[in-house]
Design a protein around this ligand. Structure first.
Ligand code: DGL
Length: 280
């Protein structure tokens, strides 16, 4: 693909998710790194990704990454576990060298796995994630590379994203599914002392999860972890830091209707925003 704006030497940091979940990551990133400019892109017209095949998630994610590059981003964060699990590696290894070797795409799984040793004493960790992320095996595979002594047990939660996107995550209907998923996970491994929310939508489910999760089990959500990891990345890569604009501004783009995006985004952030619709 041709990057028509290759003359642009700096741009915003791109934050991508299949829908609204990445807003939980963006909020944490902005808290820690308020000086940068950000573009958020939600592929709301094609969400959820969590139940789609590898090929489709890869194709959709690549289209969105290219869109963010066209908009001037030199660095894009896949603030979506499903896209990180199913598309990141191919994009990094196959596509980036052809598109522009100077641009970077980072995911959320690696930074999460890097802190696993800090969140468990028993070395038994549970993960709630979308069916796509669980089927990819990305969490156990990545964890095994760094902490082979930590056992990861995953539970797919196909109902959670639709419940959250429909603002039903605090309802009794949601409680039913959450209770089932917790029971199923803890039956698979009784020594779990920490649970990773391996989907960027799931922080909104924390009040419901906490109702049913035994109190000694901790909940780890990714926002702060990814934000800290990005800060370190910028420190380690001054050449990329120099390509990231710093006016403290954020703009929001969606592939669905802007009205829908603006209404639903307020569930994920305690403020009103404006958004622009884009198509491919
Ligand atoms: N937010 C995405 C993730 O972190 C999942 C949403 C979806 O299924 O599209 O996995």
């Amino acid at each position: 693909m041709d990057i028509n704006n290759s003359y642009i030497t700096s741009g915003p940091v791109g934050i991508f998710d299949s829908g609204y979940g990445g807003l939980t990551i963006l909020e944490n990133i902005r808290k820690l790194l308020p000086e940068y400019d950000y573009i958020y892109l939600g592929d709301n017209a094609r969400t959820p990704y969590g139940t789609r095949s590898f090929d489709v998630v890869y194709q959709y994610t690549l289209e969105c990454v290219n869109k963010l590059f066209e908009m001037g981003c030199h660095l894009v964060i896949l603030a979506c576990n499903t896209a990180s699990a199913k598309a990141l590696r191919s994009i990094q290894q196959l596509d980036l060298p052809q598109i522009d070797p100077g641009r970077r795409v980072l995911g959320v799984i690696r930074p999460t796995v890097e802190v696993l040793d800090q969140v468990t004493k028993t070395k038994h960790v549970g993960i709630f994630a979308t069916p796509g992320t669980v089927q990819s095996g990305s969490y156990p595979i990545e964890a095994n590379k760094i902490f082979p002594d930590i056992r990861i047990t995953a539970e797919a939660c196909p109902m959670w994203v639709p419940l959250i996107e429909n603002n039903e995550h605090l309802s009794e209907g949601a409680a039913y599914f959450v209770q089932q998923n917790i029971k199923s996970l803890l039956e698979k491994d009784t020594e779990i002392d920490s649970i990773i929310l391996g989907c960027t939508h799931y922080p909104l489910m924390i009040p419901t999860i906490r109702r049913f999760l035994p109190p000694h089990i901790g909940i780890v959500s990714q926002g702060e972890i990814v934000a800290r990891s990005l800060k370190l990345y910028m420190q380690r890569h001054p050449e990329m830091d120099a390509k990231c604009m710093k006016n403290g501004q954020t703009s929001y783009f969606t592939t669905e209707s802007t009205e829908k995006f603006i209404n639903s985004a307020s569930i994920f952030m305690n403020k009103q925003i404006t958004a622009t619709r884009i198509s491919f």
